[in-house]
Design a binder for this molecule. Sequence first.
Ligand code: FES
Length: 106
Amino acid sequence: MAEFQVVCRASDIAVGEAKCFEIKGKRIGVYHLQDGFYAIDDPCPHAGASLALGCIEGDVIHCRIHYWGFGIKDGLCREQDIPQHNVQTYEVLVEDDEVSIGTTFN
Ligand code: FES
């Protein structure tokens, strides 16, 4: 069962933007898209850059270093069909302007 941790206020991340937070030692990027908030692992599986600092295009984040794309909603790498290059997605709750991320790791 996921354990939820508050990371910010909903108003802290404008629509079309992202921020990275550290939760239990892991960097997780939180994205505010038109239809809500989403969270994925932040380190790019290619060479470790922060995906949250990349460029959002629709529901895809493009890494700023070598421009690989990753689905913000499904975590799937858009460049290659290699499961190791996908990123983990996390459940997000927004209640009373507070954004919480659900994790199952310790
Ligand atoms: S570090 Fe992200 S695509 Fe290379």
